[in-house]
Design a protein around this ligand. Structure first.
Ligand code: NZQ
Ligand code: ZN
Length: 386
Protein backbone atom coordinates (compact mmCIF):
# COMPACT_ATOMS: atom_id res chain seq x y z
CA UNK A 1 0.00 0.00 0.00
CA UNK A 2 1.30 3.48 -0.83
CA UNK A 3 1.68 6.26 1.73
CA UNK A 4 -1.24 8.62 2.21
CA UNK A 5 -2.62 11.48 4.26
CA UNK A 6 -6.37 11.49 4.52
CA UNK A 7 -8.83 14.11 5.70
CA UNK A 8 -12.42 14.64 4.64
CA UNK A 9 -14.06 17.51 6.51
CA UNK A 10 -17.55 17.36 4.93
CA UNK A 11 -20.36 16.71 7.39
CA UNK A 12 -23.10 14.51 5.96
CA UNK A 13 -26.75 14.89 6.96
CA UNK A 14 -28.28 11.70 5.59
CA UNK A 15 -31.92 10.68 5.43
CA UNK A 16 -35.51 11.85 5.27
CA UNK A 17 -36.35 15.41 6.32
CA UNK A 18 -32.73 16.42 6.75
CA UNK A 19 -33.12 19.57 4.66
CA UNK A 20 -34.78 21.22 7.65
CA UNK A 21 -31.52 20.88 9.58
CA UNK A 22 -29.42 23.06 7.30
CA UNK A 23 -30.37 26.08 9.40
CA UNK A 24 -28.10 24.66 12.13
CA UNK A 25 -25.16 24.38 9.74
CA UNK A 26 -25.11 27.90 8.25
CA UNK A 27 -22.89 30.29 10.22
CA UNK A 28 -25.04 32.75 12.15
CA UNK A 29 -25.30 36.16 10.54
CA UNK A 30 -24.10 34.86 7.17
CA UNK A 31 -25.51 36.29 3.96
CA UNK A 32 -26.19 33.24 1.82
CA UNK A 33 -26.36 32.80 -1.95
CA UNK A 34 -28.54 29.82 -2.84
CA UNK A 35 -27.60 28.46 -6.26
CA UNK A 36 -29.67 26.07 -8.35
CA UNK A 37 -30.13 24.71 -11.86
CA UNK A 38 -32.78 24.92 -14.52
CA UNK A 39 -35.76 24.68 -12.23
CA UNK A 40 -36.28 21.03 -11.23
CA UNK A 41 -36.18 22.07 -7.55
CA UNK A 42 -39.20 24.29 -8.09
CA UNK A 43 -41.26 21.35 -9.35
CA UNK A 44 -40.38 18.72 -6.76
CA UNK A 45 -40.74 20.66 -3.52
CA UNK A 46 -37.02 20.90 -2.68
CA UNK A 47 -36.98 24.66 -3.24
CA UNK A 48 -39.80 25.18 -0.71
CA UNK A 49 -38.09 22.94 1.83
CA UNK A 50 -34.84 24.93 1.59
CA UNK A 51 -36.67 28.26 1.76
CA UNK A 52 -38.60 27.10 4.81
CA UNK A 53 -35.41 25.90 6.53
CA UNK A 54 -33.71 29.23 5.84
CA UNK A 55 -36.61 31.57 6.53
CA UNK A 56 -34.60 33.41 9.20
CA UNK A 57 -31.45 33.65 7.10
CA UNK A 58 -30.48 36.52 4.81
CA UNK A 59 -30.83 34.80 1.44
CA UNK A 60 -30.13 35.75 -2.18
CA UNK A 61 -30.92 33.34 -5.06
CA UNK A 62 -29.18 32.54 -8.32
CA UNK A 63 -30.88 29.99 -10.58
CA UNK A 64 -30.16 28.79 -14.10
CA UNK A 65 -26.83 26.98 -13.74
CA UNK A 66 -27.00 24.53 -16.67
CA UNK A 67 -25.86 20.91 -16.83
CA UNK A 68 -22.10 20.95 -17.47
CA UNK A 69 -21.91 24.26 -15.60
CA UNK A 70 -21.13 27.06 -17.97
CA UNK A 71 -18.43 29.61 -17.25
CA UNK A 72 -20.38 32.53 -18.72
CA UNK A 73 -23.37 31.85 -16.45
CA UNK A 74 -21.10 31.51 -13.45
CA UNK A 75 -19.52 34.88 -14.17
CA UNK A 76 -22.98 36.42 -13.74
CA UNK A 77 -23.34 34.71 -10.40
CA UNK A 78 -19.91 36.00 -9.40
CA UNK A 79 -21.16 39.56 -9.93
CA UNK A 80 -24.06 38.87 -7.58
CA UNK A 81 -21.70 37.48 -4.95
CA UNK A 82 -19.58 40.63 -5.09
CA UNK A 83 -22.47 43.11 -5.25
CA UNK A 84 -24.40 41.45 -2.45
CA UNK A 85 -21.32 40.79 -0.32
CA UNK A 86 -22.21 37.12 0.03
CA UNK A 87 -20.28 35.13 2.61
CA UNK A 88 -21.75 31.61 2.31
CA UNK A 89 -22.81 29.59 -0.74
CA UNK A 90 -25.53 26.95 -0.70
CA UNK A 91 -25.74 24.73 -3.79
CA UNK A 92 -29.08 22.97 -4.27
CA UNK A 93 -28.75 20.57 -7.17
CA UNK A 94 -26.77 17.84 -8.86
CA UNK A 95 -23.09 17.74 -9.73
CA UNK A 96 -23.39 20.66 -12.14
CA UNK A 97 -24.83 23.08 -9.60
CA UNK A 98 -22.44 21.90 -6.89
CA UNK A 99 -19.41 22.12 -9.20
CA UNK A 100 -20.46 25.53 -10.45
CA UNK A 101 -20.84 26.71 -6.87
CA UNK A 102 -17.43 25.36 -5.90
CA UNK A 103 -15.94 27.27 -8.80
CA UNK A 104 -17.73 30.42 -7.59
CA UNK A 105 -16.31 29.82 -4.11
CA UNK A 106 -12.81 29.77 -5.61
CA UNK A 107 -13.42 32.63 -8.05
CA UNK A 108 -14.75 34.87 -5.24
CA UNK A 109 -11.33 34.79 -3.59
CA UNK A 110 -9.24 34.74 -6.76
CA UNK A 111 -6.94 37.68 -7.18
CA UNK A 112 -6.22 37.44 -10.92
CA UNK A 113 -8.33 39.14 -13.61
CA UNK A 114 -9.69 36.10 -15.40
CA UNK A 115 -11.13 33.33 -13.16
CA UNK A 116 -10.89 30.86 -16.08
CA UNK A 117 -7.17 30.78 -15.30
CA UNK A 118 -7.99 28.88 -12.09
CA UNK A 119 -8.85 25.95 -14.37
CA UNK A 120 -6.03 26.43 -16.82
CA UNK A 121 -3.34 26.70 -14.14
CA UNK A 122 -4.89 23.87 -12.10
CA UNK A 123 -3.18 24.86 -8.86
CA UNK A 124 -4.83 23.48 -5.71
CA UNK A 125 -7.50 25.88 -4.43
CA UNK A 126 -6.51 26.91 -0.91
CA UNK A 127 -8.77 29.90 -0.44
CA UNK A 128 -12.50 29.95 -1.16
CA UNK A 129 -15.85 31.05 0.24
CA UNK A 130 -17.38 28.37 2.47
CA UNK A 131 -20.17 26.32 0.88
CA UNK A 132 -22.78 23.72 1.74
CA UNK A 133 -24.91 21.55 -0.52
CA UNK A 134 -28.31 19.94 -0.78
CA UNK A 135 -27.78 17.10 -3.24
CA UNK A 136 -30.68 16.45 -5.62
CA UNK A 137 -29.05 13.92 -7.95
CA UNK A 138 -26.71 11.12 -6.82
CA UNK A 139 -23.88 10.67 -9.33
CA UNK A 140 -20.72 12.70 -9.10
CA UNK A 141 -19.70 12.57 -5.43
CA UNK A 142 -19.10 16.32 -5.65
CA UNK A 143 -21.12 16.72 -2.45
CA UNK A 144 -18.27 15.18 -0.45
CA UNK A 145 -15.16 15.91 -2.48
CA UNK A 146 -13.03 18.90 -3.33
CA UNK A 147 -13.16 18.86 -7.13
CA UNK A 148 -15.20 20.66 -9.78
CA UNK A 149 -15.47 20.51 -13.56
CA UNK A 150 -16.43 23.61 -15.52
CA UNK A 151 -17.37 23.98 -19.20
CA UNK A 152 -16.87 26.87 -21.58
CA UNK A 153 -18.83 26.22 -24.74
CA UNK A 154 -17.39 29.22 -26.56
CA UNK A 155 -14.01 27.48 -26.78
CA UNK A 156 -15.24 23.86 -26.43
CA UNK A 157 -13.31 23.33 -23.22
CA UNK A 158 -14.21 21.37 -20.10
CA UNK A 159 -11.62 21.56 -17.34
CA UNK A 160 -11.30 20.43 -13.73
CA UNK A 161 -9.72 21.90 -10.63
CA UNK A 162 -9.74 21.07 -6.95
CA UNK A 163 -8.25 21.85 -3.59
CA UNK A 164 -8.88 21.51 0.12
CA UNK A 165 -10.83 24.79 0.32
CA UNK A 166 -13.50 23.30 -1.97
CA UNK A 167 -14.83 20.56 0.31
CA UNK A 168 -18.41 21.46 1.20
CA UNK A 169 -18.80 22.20 4.92
CA UNK A 170 -21.92 20.05 4.91
CA UNK A 171 -24.10 18.14 2.47
CA UNK A 172 -27.66 16.97 2.82
CA UNK A 173 -28.32 13.54 1.31
CA UNK A 174 -32.06 12.95 1.43
CA UNK A 175 -32.86 9.87 -0.70
CA UNK A 176 -36.47 10.99 -1.20
CA UNK A 177 -35.23 13.68 -3.65
CA UNK A 178 -34.59 10.87 -6.13
CA UNK A 179 -38.32 10.38 -6.76
CA UNK A 180 -38.51 13.16 -9.32
CA UNK A 181 -35.34 12.32 -11.26
CA UNK A 182 -35.97 11.19 -14.86
CA UNK A 183 -34.78 7.66 -15.72
CA UNK A 184 -32.09 8.99 -18.03
CA UNK A 185 -30.47 10.88 -15.16
CA UNK A 186 -30.79 7.92 -12.77
CA UNK A 187 -28.97 5.79 -15.35
CA UNK A 188 -26.33 8.49 -15.70
CA UNK A 189 -25.83 8.60 -11.95
CA UNK A 190 -25.33 4.84 -11.71
CA UNK A 191 -22.90 4.76 -14.65
CA UNK A 192 -20.92 7.76 -13.40
CA UNK A 193 -20.50 6.39 -9.88
CA UNK A 194 -19.66 2.94 -11.27
CA UNK A 195 -16.94 4.44 -13.46
CA UNK A 196 -15.58 6.50 -10.56
CA UNK A 197 -14.93 3.28 -8.71
CA UNK A 198 -13.37 1.67 -11.78
CA UNK A 199 -11.02 4.62 -12.34
CA UNK A 200 -9.63 4.14 -8.82
CA UNK A 201 -9.56 0.35 -8.88
CA UNK A 202 -8.78 -0.89 -12.39
CA UNK A 203 -5.06 -0.25 -12.25
CA UNK A 204 -2.51 -2.64 -10.72
CA UNK A 205 -2.30 -4.27 -7.34
CA UNK A 206 -0.35 -2.64 -4.51
CA UNK A 207 -1.66 -5.15 -1.96
CA UNK A 208 -4.30 -2.71 -0.67
CA UNK A 209 -6.86 -5.35 0.19
CA UNK A 210 -9.30 -3.15 2.05
CA UNK A 211 -9.40 -0.48 -0.66
CA UNK A 212 -10.00 -3.22 -3.25
CA UNK A 213 -12.87 -4.62 -1.24
CA UNK A 214 -14.35 -1.16 -0.58
CA UNK A 215 -14.31 -0.62 -4.34
CA UNK A 216 -15.77 -4.05 -5.14
CA UNK A 217 -18.53 -3.62 -2.57
CA UNK A 218 -19.61 -0.30 -4.11
CA UNK A 219 -19.67 -1.92 -7.57
CA UNK A 220 -21.71 -4.85 -6.24
CA UNK A 221 -24.13 -2.55 -4.46
CA UNK A 222 -24.65 -0.44 -7.58
CA UNK A 223 -25.27 -3.56 -9.67
CA UNK A 224 -27.74 -4.86 -7.09
CA UNK A 225 -29.77 -1.67 -6.69
CA UNK A 226 -29.63 -0.48 -10.31
CA UNK A 227 -32.68 -2.40 -11.60
CA UNK A 228 -34.68 -1.52 -8.49
CA UNK A 229 -34.07 2.21 -8.63
CA UNK A 230 -34.52 2.27 -12.42
CA UNK A 231 -37.88 0.57 -11.93
CA UNK A 232 -39.12 2.60 -8.98
CA UNK A 233 -37.48 5.83 -7.80
CA UNK A 234 -39.66 5.88 -4.70
CA UNK A 235 -38.12 2.61 -3.40
CA UNK A 236 -36.47 4.19 -0.34
CA UNK A 237 -34.14 1.32 0.41
CA UNK A 238 -32.83 1.27 -3.15
CA UNK A 239 -32.65 5.07 -3.23
CA UNK A 240 -30.63 5.30 -0.02
CA UNK A 241 -28.17 2.62 -1.11
CA UNK A 242 -27.82 4.21 -4.53
CA UNK A 243 -27.25 7.66 -3.02
CA UNK A 244 -24.67 6.60 -0.45
CA UNK A 245 -22.83 4.44 -3.01
CA UNK A 246 -22.46 7.43 -5.33
CA UNK A 247 -21.05 9.56 -2.53
CA UNK A 248 -18.67 6.86 -1.32
CA UNK A 249 -17.48 6.22 -4.88
CA UNK A 250 -15.76 9.59 -5.06
CA UNK A 251 -15.26 11.07 -1.63
CA UNK A 252 -11.57 10.26 -1.40
CA UNK A 253 -11.87 7.05 0.62
CA UNK A 254 -11.29 4.26 -1.88
CA UNK A 255 -8.31 5.92 -3.59
CA UNK A 256 -6.14 6.26 -0.48
CA UNK A 257 -2.85 4.43 -0.86
CA UNK A 258 -3.60 3.07 -4.35
CA UNK A 259 -2.76 4.14 -7.92
CA UNK A 260 -5.58 5.73 -9.91
CA UNK A 261 -6.23 6.02 -13.63
CA UNK A 262 -8.75 8.77 -14.62
CA UNK A 263 -7.96 8.50 -18.35
CA UNK A 264 -11.59 7.55 -19.08
CA UNK A 265 -12.74 10.81 -17.54
CA UNK A 266 -10.08 12.83 -19.35
CA UNK A 267 -11.28 11.47 -22.71
CA UNK A 268 -14.95 11.62 -21.71
CA UNK A 269 -14.77 15.33 -20.82
CA UNK A 270 -13.59 16.01 -24.37
CA UNK A 271 -16.62 14.22 -25.82
CA UNK A 272 -18.91 16.40 -23.70
CA UNK A 273 -17.01 19.53 -24.75
CA UNK A 274 -17.31 18.55 -28.44
CA UNK A 275 -20.77 17.04 -28.66
CA UNK A 276 -22.59 17.92 -25.41
CA UNK A 277 -23.04 14.21 -24.61
CA UNK A 278 -24.04 13.62 -20.95
CA UNK A 279 -20.97 13.09 -18.77
CA UNK A 280 -21.80 9.51 -17.72
CA UNK A 281 -22.53 8.47 -21.31
CA UNK A 282 -19.13 9.66 -22.48
CA UNK A 283 -17.59 7.33 -19.90
CA UNK A 284 -19.64 4.40 -21.14
CA UNK A 285 -18.40 5.17 -24.67
CA UNK A 286 -14.72 5.02 -23.73
CA UNK A 287 -14.51 2.39 -20.97
CA UNK A 288 -14.45 -0.85 -22.96
CA UNK A 289 -11.97 0.48 -25.52
CA UNK A 290 -9.71 1.83 -22.78
CA UNK A 291 -9.61 -1.50 -20.96
CA UNK A 292 -9.21 -3.51 -24.15
CA UNK A 293 -6.37 -1.29 -25.34
CA UNK A 294 -4.65 -1.54 -21.95
CA UNK A 295 -5.43 -5.20 -21.38
CA UNK A 296 -1.83 -6.20 -20.69
CA UNK A 297 -1.27 -3.72 -17.87
CA UNK A 298 -4.75 -4.09 -16.38
CA UNK A 299 -5.58 -7.76 -16.80
CA UNK A 300 -4.73 -8.85 -13.27
CA UNK A 301 -7.19 -6.34 -11.79
CA UNK A 302 -9.75 -6.97 -14.54
CA UNK A 303 -9.66 -10.68 -13.74
CA UNK A 304 -10.05 -9.99 -10.00
CA UNK A 305 -13.05 -7.77 -10.82
CA UNK A 306 -14.50 -10.56 -12.98
CA UNK A 307 -14.11 -13.08 -10.15
CA UNK A 308 -15.29 -10.96 -7.26
CA UNK A 309 -17.92 -8.71 -8.78
CA UNK A 310 -19.32 -10.84 -11.62
CA UNK A 311 -18.54 -14.22 -10.03
CA UNK A 312 -16.70 -15.52 -13.10
CA UNK A 313 -15.22 -18.81 -11.97
CA UNK A 314 -13.54 -20.30 -15.04
CA UNK A 315 -10.93 -19.28 -17.58
CA UNK A 316 -7.41 -17.93 -17.74
CA UNK A 317 -6.59 -14.48 -16.37
CA UNK A 318 -6.92 -12.99 -19.83
CA UNK A 319 -10.22 -14.74 -20.54
CA UNK A 320 -11.65 -13.49 -17.25
CA UNK A 321 -10.39 -9.97 -18.01
CA UNK A 322 -12.14 -10.00 -21.39
CA UNK A 323 -15.37 -11.26 -19.82
CA UNK A 324 -15.15 -8.41 -17.28
CA UNK A 325 -14.93 -5.84 -20.08
CA UNK A 326 -17.94 -7.38 -21.84
CA UNK A 327 -19.98 -7.51 -18.62
CA UNK A 328 -19.19 -3.87 -17.86
CA UNK A 329 -20.48 -2.90 -21.30
CA UNK A 330 -23.59 -5.04 -20.77
CA UNK A 331 -24.19 -3.32 -17.42
CA UNK A 332 -24.16 0.13 -19.04
CA UNK A 333 -26.43 -1.13 -21.80
CA UNK A 334 -28.83 -2.61 -19.21
CA UNK A 335 -29.31 0.99 -18.03
CA UNK A 336 -30.26 2.08 -21.53
CA UNK A 337 -26.87 3.70 -22.13
CA UNK A 338 -25.31 3.29 -25.55
CA UNK A 339 -21.62 2.48 -25.61
CA UNK A 340 -20.41 3.64 -29.04
CA UNK A 341 -19.75 7.23 -30.12
CA UNK A 342 -21.47 6.63 -33.47
CA UNK A 343 -24.69 5.97 -31.56
CA UNK A 344 -24.63 9.59 -30.32
CA UNK A 345 -23.37 11.53 -33.34
CA UNK A 346 -22.91 10.93 -37.05
CA UNK A 347 -20.07 13.40 -37.22
CA UNK A 348 -17.47 11.49 -35.29
CA UNK A 349 -14.80 11.49 -38.00
CA UNK A 350 -11.64 13.15 -36.76
CA UNK A 351 -12.70 13.11 -33.08
CA UNK A 352 -9.75 10.98 -32.00
CA UNK A 353 -7.23 13.19 -33.78
CA UNK A 354 -8.85 16.33 -32.37
CA UNK A 355 -8.67 15.02 -28.78
CA UNK A 356 -5.11 13.77 -29.06
CA UNK A 357 -4.07 17.16 -30.45
CA UNK A 358 -5.74 18.92 -27.51
CA UNK A 359 -3.91 16.73 -25.02
CA UNK A 360 -0.64 17.38 -26.83
CA UNK A 361 -1.24 21.15 -26.69
CA UNK A 362 -2.05 21.01 -22.99
CA UNK A 363 1.05 18.97 -22.29
CA UNK A 364 -1.00 15.96 -21.14
CA UNK A 365 1.62 13.55 -22.36
CA UNK A 366 1.26 10.67 -19.93
CA UNK A 367 -2.21 9.61 -18.76
CA UNK A 368 -3.26 6.62 -16.69
CA UNK A 369 -1.85 4.92 -13.61
CA UNK A 370 1.57 4.50 -15.20
CA UNK A 371 1.52 7.96 -16.83
CA UNK A 372 2.28 5.99 -19.96
CA UNK A 373 -0.59 6.84 -22.28
CA UNK A 374 0.61 9.30 -24.86
CA UNK A 375 -1.71 11.42 -27.03
CA UNK A 376 -1.12 8.86 -29.81
CA UNK A 377 -2.52 6.11 -27.51
CA UNK A 378 -5.48 8.31 -26.63
CA UNK A 379 -6.13 8.70 -30.35
CA UNK A 380 -6.26 4.92 -30.80
CA UNK A 381 -8.54 4.40 -27.79
CA UNK A 382 -11.00 7.06 -28.93
CA UNK A 383 -10.95 5.59 -32.44
CA UNK A 384 -11.81 2.17 -31.00
CA UNK A 385 -14.84 3.83 -29.33
CA UNK A 386 -16.46 4.99 -32.61
O1 NZQ B 1 -31.00 21.88 -13.76
P1 NZQ B 1 -32.15 21.19 -13.13
O2 NZQ B 1 -33.45 21.75 -13.53
O3 NZQ B 1 -32.00 21.08 -11.64
O4 NZQ B 1 -32.18 19.69 -13.72
C1 NZQ B 1 -31.14 18.77 -13.55
C2 NZQ B 1 -30.34 18.58 -14.82
O5 NZQ B 1 -31.09 18.85 -15.96
C3 NZQ B 1 -31.73 17.40 -13.32
N1 NZQ B 1 -32.00 17.11 -11.89
C4 NZQ B 1 -31.15 17.17 -10.85
N2 NZQ B 1 -31.77 16.79 -9.71
C5 NZQ B 1 -33.04 16.46 -10.06
C6 NZQ B 1 -33.20 16.67 -11.44
N3 NZQ B 1 -34.36 16.47 -12.09
C7 NZQ B 1 -35.40 16.05 -11.35
N4 NZQ B 1 -35.32 15.79 -10.02
C8 NZQ B 1 -34.17 16.00 -9.33
N5 NZQ B 1 -34.10 15.72 -8.02
O6 NZQ B 1 -30.74 16.50 -13.79
C9 NZQ B 1 -30.03 17.10 -14.86
C10 NZQ B 1 -28.56 16.79 -14.75
O7 NZQ B 1 -28.01 17.39 -13.60
P2 NZQ B 1 -26.44 17.51 -13.43
O8 NZQ B 1 -26.18 18.23 -12.15
O9 NZQ B 1 -25.84 18.07 -14.66
O10 NZQ B 1 -25.98 16.00 -13.35
P3 NZQ B 1 -24.79 15.31 -12.61
O11 NZQ B 1 -25.01 15.27 -11.15
O12 NZQ B 1 -24.59 14.05 -13.33
O13 NZQ B 1 -23.53 16.28 -12.84
C11 NZQ B 1 -22.77 16.24 -14.01
C12 NZQ B 1 -21.62 17.23 -13.93
O14 NZQ B 1 -20.71 16.89 -12.87
C13 NZQ B 1 -19.38 16.75 -13.41
C14 NZQ B 1 -19.64 16.32 -14.82
O15 NZQ B 1 -18.53 16.50 -15.64
C15 NZQ B 1 -20.80 17.21 -15.21
O16 NZQ B 1 -20.35 18.51 -15.54
N6 NZQ B 1 -18.58 15.83 -12.57
C16 NZQ B 1 -18.16 16.28 -11.36
C17 NZQ B 1 -17.33 15.54 -10.56
C18 NZQ B 1 -16.86 16.04 -9.25
N7 NZQ B 1 -17.11 17.28 -8.91
O17 NZQ B 1 -16.23 15.32 -8.50
C19 NZQ B 1 -16.83 14.22 -10.98
C20 NZQ B 1 -17.58 13.65 -12.13
O18 NZQ B 1 -16.76 12.69 -12.73
C21 NZQ B 1 -18.04 14.63 -13.14
O19 NZQ B 1 -17.00 15.00 -14.02
ZN1 ZN C 1 -17.63 11.12 -13.48
Amino acid sequence: MNNFQYKNPTKILFGKEQIANIKNEIPSGAKVLMTFGGGSIKKNGIYEQVKEALKDVSLVEFGGIPANPEYETLMEALKVIKEEKIDFLLAVGGGSVIDGTKFLAAASKYEGNEPWDILVKREPVLNALPLGTVLTLPATGSEMNAGCVISRREIQEKLAVGGPALFPQFSVLDPTVIQSIPKRQIANGIADAFTHVLEQYMTYSVGAKLQDRFAESILQTLIEVAPKIMEDTSDYEAASNFMWSCTMALNGLINQGVPTDWAIHAMGHELTALYGIDHARTLAIVTASHYTYNLDSKKEKLAQYAERVFEVKFGTEEEKALIAIEKTKEFFESLGIKTKLSEYTEEFDGTAQHISKKFEERGWLGLGEHQALKPSDVEKIVEMSY
